[in-house]
Design a protein around this ligand. Structure first.
Ligand code: SF4
Ligand code: SF4
Length: 433
């Protein structure tokens, strides 16, 4: 969805939805059963159809861009389940994402909130070293036993709900992966190509062992893996929080970096990063030459999409005698239409039994910061997911996005379910010699 150059009704000129995008809705309601916030509330305005109608009313100057519109824009999970369901090609989640950008222009935060937001989005996230340093206190908090004391004293019950949840979601933190990964990891055996690995921020900081496995698996599969140290955040958090300008700056930086790296493919193991990278073409429309955008877009793959496309070398894989169920990240199945490929990979691992869960593509309730801002609603969405996980009686719950992994692992711990939560590359890593 590119930047409109025209002012549209009561939207400001910068980053308004396109009128044709909100006009397409024919009010059929096919999207309603797919929307988690409609399921939670039963409110029309919290449904895709209702949200598009709100945006259309603002576009047609029947409604000011009020605080109520802002609230609906942020209450949308941006899970994009409605996009998959819509026969008219309406993208309600993306329209709401653009409305978040409008909300910062039209209903700004107070001074403190705005300064905090700017520090996180414009100072910290674009600076990988600063992000790494900022995690040091959290690692010390775990290492020095303070976490144990805090959890056992129940002190977090005195603070806001989001703080207790954020603390509870922390995995065991290790040293960030970015400075440790070699810039080039050489292919094993007969070489099949050269990959640029896009290492996401959450992966390097929260799940370094997952991306370490991804690089090892890709090398075992016969690819030289180039991991540029200078890679910056993909811009997904900025799009989610309505800072499209910083997202564009980050996108231009990463675009230059990976085009210069002269790689055959650009691969990521984070569904959220993959969706953002694939949307650079729209985000940067008019900001750089179209050929460069098209060349970048043609190379981007999610890791399961990539391995299925080139064909998994299964010779030498070790058996993993486990039952596995698969949760589809929204930004993989709805934003990138990748559903079959992760299942194909799982089924190619010798010994693994794949047990399908009901509603595998229903959101887990994480959705970037949504799960913290709306912690009670997030818990309800997660409960629905975990009920379906429990029914499979699988030993391992596999997913492909760090946000889902954090949320699911937290939910499993809270409910004391006998299931291990893994990224698909951890499972494949276990099978890889
Ligand atoms: S958003 Fe799509 S599916 Fe939903 S009511 Fe409109 S046209 Fe129908
Ligand atoms: S993106 Fe998800 S939460 Fe938002 S309107 Fe669509 S289905 Fe509902």
């Amino acid at each position: 969805m590119s930047r409109t150059k025209e002012k549209l009704g009561n939207f400001t000129q910068l980053d308004a939805p396109k009128y044709e995008d909100v006009l397409q809705c024919m009010r059929c309601g096919f999207c309603l059963p797919t929307c988690p916030t409609f399921a939670l509330t039963g409110r029309e305005r919290s449904s895709p159809r209702g949200r598009v109608a709100l945006a259309r009313a603002v576009a047609e100057q029947k409604l000011e861009f009020t605080d109520a519109v802002k609230q609906e824009a942020f209450f949308c999970l941006d899970c994009r389940a409605c996009t998959t369901a819509c026969p008219s090609g309406v993208r309600a989640g993306e329209v709401m994402e653009i409305c978040r950008s409008q909300s910062h222009q039209q209903v700004p935060l107070g001074h403190v909130g705005n300064s905090f937001r700017k520090f996180i989005l414009q100072r910290m996230l674009p600076d990988p070293e600063l992000m790494e340093r900022s995690m040091l206190p959290a690692r010390l908090y775990q290492r020095l036993g303070i976490q144990w004391l805090v959890r056992h004293s129940k002190a977090l019950k005195l603070g806001p709900a989001w703080m207790e949840k954020a603390e509870g979601m922390l995995p065991e933190l290790k040293a960030p992966l970015r400075p440790q990964l070699p810039v080039i990891t050489e292919a094993v055996g007969e070489k099949r190509g050269r990959i640029g690995f896009f290492l996401g921020c959450v992966m390097t900081l929260m799940y370094p062992d997952v991306s370490r496995q991804t690089v090892r698996v890709l090398a075992y599969q016969g690819f030289d893996v180039v991991t540029p140290r200078a890679t910056k955040c993909c811009g997904a958090p900025h799009l989610s929080e309505g800072d499209r300008q910083t997202a564009r700056e980050l996108a231009l930086f990463n675009l230059d970096l990976f085009l210069q790296a002269d790689v055959d493919y650009i691969v990521t193991d984070c569904a959220g990063c993959g969706a953002a990278l694939k949307e650079y073409e729209e985000l940067l429309d008019g900001e750089t030459e179209h050929e460069r955008l098209a060349s970048f877009r043609a190379k981007v793959r999610d890791v399961s999409e990539f391995l299925t496309e080139v064909g998994l070398r299964t010779g030498g894989l070790k058996p993993v005698q486990k039952s596995v169920t698969y949760h589809e990240p929204c930004h993989l199945c709805h934003a990138q239409s990748i559903s079959r490929q992760p299942r194909d990979l799982i089924q190619q691992i010798p010994g693994v039994e794949l047990r399908e869960m009901e509603e595998a593509s229903w959101c887990c309730g994480s959705a970037a910061t949504w799960g913290l801002k709306f912690s009670e609603e997030s818990r309800q969405v997660l409960d629905r997911k975990l009920d379906n996980v429990r029914k499979t009686e699988a030993e391992i719950l596999v997913t492909a996005n760090p946000g889902c992994q954090l949320q699911l692992a937290w939910g499993v711990r809270e409910r004391d379910l006998p299931v291990q939560v893994l990224h698909i590359m951890e499972l494949l890593g276990e099978a890889t010699p």
